[in-house]
Design a binder for this molecule. Structure first.
Ligand code: DON
Length: 582
């Protein structure tokens, strides 16, 4: 049923916005609020990719927890109910707004390269990148950051004890939950990857290799034990003791690099958030090692110089400017972005309004510039297949935007024996060899080369929006390289077109990442628009390509109305998402 509903919503979006795309420049105003409706609540809202996880967060809000308590509960619950991307064995980023202190926190709990990692570790004898090693071996795993991230967010900014906040996740793992249609479907698609690892096979499938049917009780006792160890001992329950021993044993057995020292040395880092402005709104977003925040602000600065609203939402003129702007941002990404602890990322220069003006001046309003003619800025001053996003707001004005991941769907597919969790393959987010694209088609070089203790460059972009100085929206998305452009369009739809949160995340999106030189349009764009863009010189694609699916992202978002009313919107693109409020 849920899938039918989702398909119906996507078709509704497709139908509704055909007319937007052909609206002429003089009369582009569409009343979006009549087409898409958010979930409304007064006291608290959790929106995530999975029903039980949103409900877990809601349970904690109802128990008196704040947005951080609920976010941590949701994060641990997703590790149980959405193992495609919810995780203990991966990493991510959390943006927090604390109303009482009027403060934004950017928490980096991205995976780290183990101490024994080295620059050429994914090259074969001939010097070519061995994708299998970089993506599906235990060497593909970075030191997991999620448990440190969630527990430190809770201890610094939460209000409830860890064991209370983790209780829903422990219950879901230990007592089980009825197999959801979306997990059932996903396990079918990734059966081969998971069953090539005996531990994953035993965790996610029945003894005879078949799947749990939708509605059948699905229990994960080993995961329940690991979660209990964390609830009782904090992060030490994961990074030290029996769970750590099991993780290291799994590494040792199959040539992985993570050892006890790596685990003990792992740190979650609070970093200076990236701030930007756009027509009176303030954007607070994730700094490096995310590339997302820098490029969202870079692109907004370029776009602010045009009257984007006047072109009409998703018109050819609008999409052309978005696309050209995206190409310049992704070109800069390839050269300047990496872990700021290892590489001097020129954040100030890339996010300055002056630099944006130089990009804008290069963009021809009528014609696409081929990617071959666009490169990263030459001399900037240097300063010293599932991810999942959830957004939370409480009735005190606090907000959380959290994106975390194993990189690919189910990471490298390998689970830690006796501990019930999957491992990431985040090492593929490094640039294994300059000029050779990673799994998302992204290029990189020196800034993102592998080094011990370094964090691979990410596109994850949890983002907070402020209107008139007040917290207004929390958003973010999965989608690898497409995350940044999805988040850009979600906030632009709000800031330029006053869309409500449901409309802002539902209407059709586009994507361009410089290389490959392709403009991707989601279903729902008009064939007229597509033709006009082609005439301007864009290489337009619709549907599946190697690097992305036929839809872009899944942006679970919350908006806080000026009257304090909370509006949650679950993205209809992927099945199972859920906005839970009270
Ligand atoms: O951090 C990153 O940019 C990637 N590891 C994200 C991967 C991703 O979003 C996969 N799925 N949708």
């Amino acid at each position: 049923m849920r899938v039918l509903r989702n398909i119906a919503m996507i078709l509704a979006a497709a139908f509704a916005f055909t007319s937007v795309a052909v609206a002429d420049n003089k009369d582009p105003i569409i009343i979006y609020d009549s087409q898409f409706h958010p979930t409304l609540a007064k006291n608290g809202m959790v929106v995530s990719q999975e029903y039980y996880a949103s409900e877990a967060g809601l349970e904690i809000l109802r128990a008196g927890g704040n947005a951080v308590d609920a976010a941590v509960a949701t994060g641990f619950a997703l590790a149980v109910t959405h193992p495609q991307a919810g995780n203990l064995g991966g990493g991510g980023f959390m943006m927090v707004y604390l109303k009482a202190e009027d403060r934004v926190i950017a928490l980096d709990y991205r995976e780290m390269a183990p101490a024994r990692a080295h620059r050429d570790m994914f090259l074969d004898e001939k010097g070519n990148v061995d994708n299998n090693r970089a993506r599906f071996s235990l060497k593909a795993s970075g030191v997991p950051g999620t448990v440190m991230g969630l527990t430190s967010a809770l201890s610094k900014y939460g209000t409830l004890p860890l064991k209370d906040v983790m209780a829903p996740a422990i219950r879901l793992a230990g007592e089980g939950f009825p197999m959801t249609w979306s997990l059932y479907d996903s396990l079918g698609r990734y059966q081969k990857r998971l069953q090539s690892d005996p531990v994953s096979a035993a965790n996610y499938f029945k003894a005879d290799g078949s799947r749990y049917e939708p509605g059948e009780l699905f229990k994960q006792p080993d995961l329940a034990a690991t979660l209990t160890a964390i609830a009782e001992n904090g992060a030490a329950g994961f990074y030290e003791g029996p769970v750590a021993d099991k993780l290291v044993a799994a590494m040792t057995a199959e040539g992985g690099l993570i050892d006890h020292e790596d685990l003990k040395n792992y740190k979650a880092v609070e970093r200076e958030p990236i701030f930007g402005t756009y027509r009176g709104y303030k954007v607070a977003t994730m700094p490096p090692p995310s590339s997302g925040g820098v490029h969202i602000v870079e692109m907004l600065n370029v776009l602010e110089g045009w009257d984007m609203k006047s072109f009409g939402h998703n018109s050819a003129a609008y999409i052309h400017r978005l696309t050209e702007t995206m190409k310049y941002a992704y070109a800069d990404r390839s050269k300047y972005l990496g872990d700021p602890d290892f590489f001097p990322v020129p954040v100030k220069a890339l996010t300055s309004k002056d630099y944006a003006a130089t990009i804008r001046a290069k963009i021809n309003p009528d014609k696409a510039t081929p990617s071959t003619e666009i490169g990263p800025a030459p001399d900037l001053d240097r300063e010293s297949h599932d991810t999942t996003h959830f957004s939370v707001a409480d009735n005190q004005g606090n907000m959380v935007a959290n994106t975390y991941t194993l990189n690919f769907t189910y990471g490298n597919g390998k689970s830690v024996k006796g501990a019930g969790f999957l491992l990431n393959n985040e090492m593929d987010d490094f640039s294994a060899k300059p000029g050779v694209p990673n799994a998302f088609g992204l290029l990189g070089g020196e800034a993102n080369a592998i080094e011990p203790g370094k964090r691979p460059l990410s596109s994850m972009t949890p983002t907070l929006l402020f209107k008139n100085g007040e917290p207004y929206m929390a958003t973010g998305s999965p989608g690898g390289s497409t995350i940044i452009t999805v988040v850009l369009q979600s906030v632009l739809n709000v800031m330029e077109f006053d869309m409500n949160v449901a409309a802002a995340i539902t209407v059709p999106r586009i994507h361009h990442q410089w290389y490959p030189d392709k403009l991707f349009l989601e279903p729902g764009h008009s064939v007229d628009t597509r033709r006009l863009l082609g005439q301007m010189g864009h290489q337009v694609k619709m549907g599946e390509t190697e690097a992305w699916d036929s839809v872009l992202g899944s942006a679970q978002s919350v908006m806080r109305g000026e009257n304090g009313l909370l509006m949650g919107a679950a993205d209809p693109r992927r099945p199972g998402s859920h906005a839970a409020g009270y």
